[in-house]
Design a protein around this ligand. Sequence first.
Ligand code: F6R
Length: 616
Amino acid sequence: MCGIVAYIGSREASPIVLKGLKRLEYRGYDSAGIALLNQHLTIYKKKGKVADLEETLAGRNLHAQVAMGHTRWATHGEPSDRNAHPHRSADGKLAMIHNGIIENYTQLKSELVHKGYTFTSDTDTEVLLNFIEDIRQNNGCGLEEALRIALKRVTGAYVLILMDEDQPDMLIAARKGSPLVIGIGKDEHGKTEHFLASDASPIVEYTREVIYVNDHELVIIKAGELVLKNLGNETLTPFVQRLDLELAAIEKGGYEHFMLKEIFEQPDTLFDCLRGRLDSQKGTLTMAGVENHIGQLKNASRIVIVACGTSWHAGLIAEYIIEELCRIPVEVEYASEFRYRNPVINKGDVIIAISQSGETADTIVAIGKAKEQGAFIFGVINAVGSSISRISHAGAYTHAGPEIGVASTKAFTAQLAILTVIALKIAHEKGSISNTRYRGLLDELHKIPQKARETLLLNDSIRDLAIKYKDAKDALYLGRGYNFPVALEGALKLKEISYIHAEGYPAAEMKHGPIALVDDTLPVIFVATKDSCYHKIVSNIQEIKARKGLVIAVISEGDQTIANMSDDCIVVPETDELLAPILNTIPLQLLAYHIGIAKGCDVDKPRNLAKSVTVE
Ligand code: F6R
């Protein structure tokens, strides 16, 4: 979704902001723009990529020590130059960039139209900007006060940054529901400089000192001083943290695409997320978030998992694992549905929120709603310091490092590993798992990073498969038990990256409808490793073969039965059925990646998609 970045200090601001916009490209966008403040306010904006904006800027005087930039993912108004941000107020004095949605913008717009305002774009942003300008003029107040008054009238989500031509040493920002990080650095003369961004990626190469701005907070940076306030105009003490992020983690490191880099990082990310937590020799699991709240977790009458997309698939697998090991009923909810229902939340319910970014708008609101009703919120989050990690009562980070490829890969397998640790820890404390099974699973979990490494050796053979199947119009992914959500995830990856229509189904459900699709052109990908459903899935494969479907099967080592029935096989290392989804997902990620590449798709930035879905 939209990305924002701004700089105020003594260096040339535009190269910093343009580089920052490139770092934010992964979030997904369709236009980009920059505003420079150097005596006068100058705005350049362009539909398309940041590279298109740079072309427009070539040869121009971009000298300024204050600048802000924006990548826009269209919500109100089509992608176009005029709808791109920054926007300028009707009096020409103010510029604003905004991420989020102003829900009552039509009402505000009609008030402004009534007063004679005209608009140059279709955006809610321009409406809010002129609303602020109007308050400033009519109330005779300063920009900060006008913004405070305006935000009290606004419903919706925003992070915004404002520039004022008459105050060229100042930037004002505000946040509600969308992320904002401030970096505090020193230039080469030791003077303080400030960076503002949607996430830390544009900031990390300049400073490690950051402030994560909270909802309903205003940031005023003026003459090198930062002041944090709430909407009631009270000054707050900023919490400055040290950023734990290496620049290398947000660069491609020799890989052609972030997605491939992140797929190949999985042995390391799995190792990292288990490091310090799992000691298979001693038979211990350490996880403060669970230990400090063990009473609440093991006595939960019910666990409700809320998440979206790939994280929701991780939730489905966790449902099976937690019910199996902990004997606690689990429900898995799409956050976007949960937030608009009237869900029954009882005392003793635990909500597990799963999110890579920790910024998904629907998940944030869903857990807010459950929290209001007294639920205990446990976050399983990748992005350190993100909104969900801060509003949860407790949680565990997945430690997969920044995920830049739009399609989630390494974050998913890390989520599965962490959710398994959580389930094992609760089950052990509760006494719902035998010691032998517990120790067996710990040993197997310990081997998972190495088995992930072995699974990646399939890369070349999967590239060949991708060439063979790249022209398919549709694909069906089938699995049972723990592998059913893996089928859903495989289908989602293929859709996102290659734009091939794909459906994931529980293999047994196929007879209730989707089997009508099967003919001799349809690839059917079975996730069919040896587990308690194995014999059942063998029958399902026979049913597809009887209808001449093309079967590609993900199978366990030495499985000659399915190998003989299939058109193509992908053989993965054997593991416990609870952990098999971690390994079985990897070849499906590679298949989607290579098909996407074979079809010439932009795999790191698939069309229409955004990495962090910060609007509902
Ligand atoms: C798919 C994908 C999305 C995300 C979803 C939730 O590859 O990345 O489906 O999983 O948008 O995002 P998070 O996990 O950040 O809440």
